[in-house]
Design a protein around this ligand. Structure first.
Ligand code: ATP
Length: 243
C-alpha cells in the first residue's frame, strides 16, 4: 500500500535527517515507526504526506509510493482525497471551534452529500463516544485525550485507507493512550484501515502493531514482526527511549 524506497531527506539542503530509509506498509496492517527523540520519525511521516517543503525540507533521494503514485509529486490535499490522511504531532485542533465543528472541517474538500457527512460523524462518535458527549464544547477547553481523539476523528472524516499518526501518545495518561490504541486497532481489524504510527512509546506501540521499523539517527536499523521485536528486550533497551 505504501512503499518507502531508500529515502534521504534534508532540511535547508544541509541538515540531513534521513539516510536512505526503506519500509513498506502492507494493506491492512498496523506498522509502528519507533525511535528516540530526533531519530527522524516526524521527518519520515512528513515526507510521506509531502509536507516537508512547508518546513524548508525535501526528499533528496529515493521515493515514496502510495497505491502506485509518487507522493512527492502529489499535493498533500490530493493525497487526502486519494485516501492518505495524517494526524500531525501535537493533537492540532481549532481551539475556538467546538469538537463537532472540528470534526466537520475534516469533511471539507470532499464532495460528500450531507447524509454521508452525518453518517461519518456518527461513525466517529461510535469510535470515540466521549466526543459525542462533548460535541458542543470548545475543543480548546477539552482534555488532552479529547483533543487527540478530536484530531484523529477529524482525520477519519475523509474516509482514509491509510491513516498516518505522529506520536498520538504524547503527553497523555497511560489509560487514555491505551483507549486510543484500542480504537485504532478496532478500526484496523473491523474496517481494514491500514495504519502507520510513529511512537517513542515503544511498549504500547509494539503491543498494538503487526510490524515495526526502528529508526536511529535517520537510519532504519531494525524492521520486522512486532511480536518478535517485543521479545528482544536487549534491543529495546538499546534503541528505545521510553515515553
Ligand atoms: P521527535 O520525537 O522529537 O519529533 P523525531 O524522531 O520525529 O523526533 P525529527 O523531528 O524527524 O525526529 O527530527 C530529525 C532531525 O531533523 C533532528 O536532528 C532535527 O533536529 C532535524 N529537524 C527536524 N525538523 C527540522 C526543521 N524544520 N528544520 C531543521 N531541522 C529539523
Amino acid at each position: 500500500m505504501l512503499r518507502i524506497e531508500a529515502v534521504e531527506a534534508a532540511y535547508q539542503r544541509s541538515i540531513v535527517a534521513l539516510h536512505g530509509v526503506s519500509l513498506e506498509v502492507r494493506a491492512g496492517e498496523i506498522h509502528a515507526l519507533l525511535g528516540a527523540n530526533g531519530a527522524g520519525k516526524s521527518t519520515m511521516l512528513k515526507a510521506v504526506s509531502n509536507l516537508l517543503p512547508a518546513e524548508r525540507g525535501q526528499v533528496t533521494a529515493g521515493r515514496i509510493v502510495f497505491d502506485g503514485r509518487d507522493t512527492g509529486r502529489t499535493h498533500p490535499a490530493d493525497l487526502v482525497r486519494l485516501g492518505l490522511v495524517q494526524v500531525l504531532e501535537g493533537r492540532h485542533c481549532f481551539r475556538a471551534l467546538t469538537v463537532e465543528e472540528n470534526l466537520l472541517t475534516g469533511a471539507l474538500g470532499r464532495s460528500a452529500r450531507r447524509s454521508e457527512t452525518a453518517e461519518d460523524l456518527e461513525r466517529v462518535y461510535a469510535i470515540f463516544p466521549k466526543l459525542k458527549a462533548r460535541r458542543k464544547a470548545l475543543a480548546g477547553l477539552s482534555s488532552g485525550g479529547e483533543q487527540q481523539m478530536t484530531a484523529i476523528g477529524r482525520a477519519l472524516m475523509p474516509r482514509p485507507r491509510l491513516l498516518v499518526l505522529d506520536e498520538p501518545s504524547m503527553g497523555l495518561a497511560p489509560l487514555v493512550v491505551r483507549d486510543i490504541f484500542e480504537q485504532l486497532r478496532r478500526l484496523n481489524r473491523e474496517e481494514g484501515l491500514s495504519i502507520l504510527v510513529a511512537e517513542q512509546n515503544s511498549t504500547v506501540a509494539l503491543q498494538y502493531a503487526d510490524r515495526a521499523t526502528v529508526l536511529d539517527a535517520g537510519v532504519a536499523v531494525l524492521s520486522g514482526d512486532a511480536r518478535v521485536l517485543r521479545e528482544r528486550a536487549d534491543i529495546q533497551s538499546f534503541y528505545f527511549s521510553e515515553a
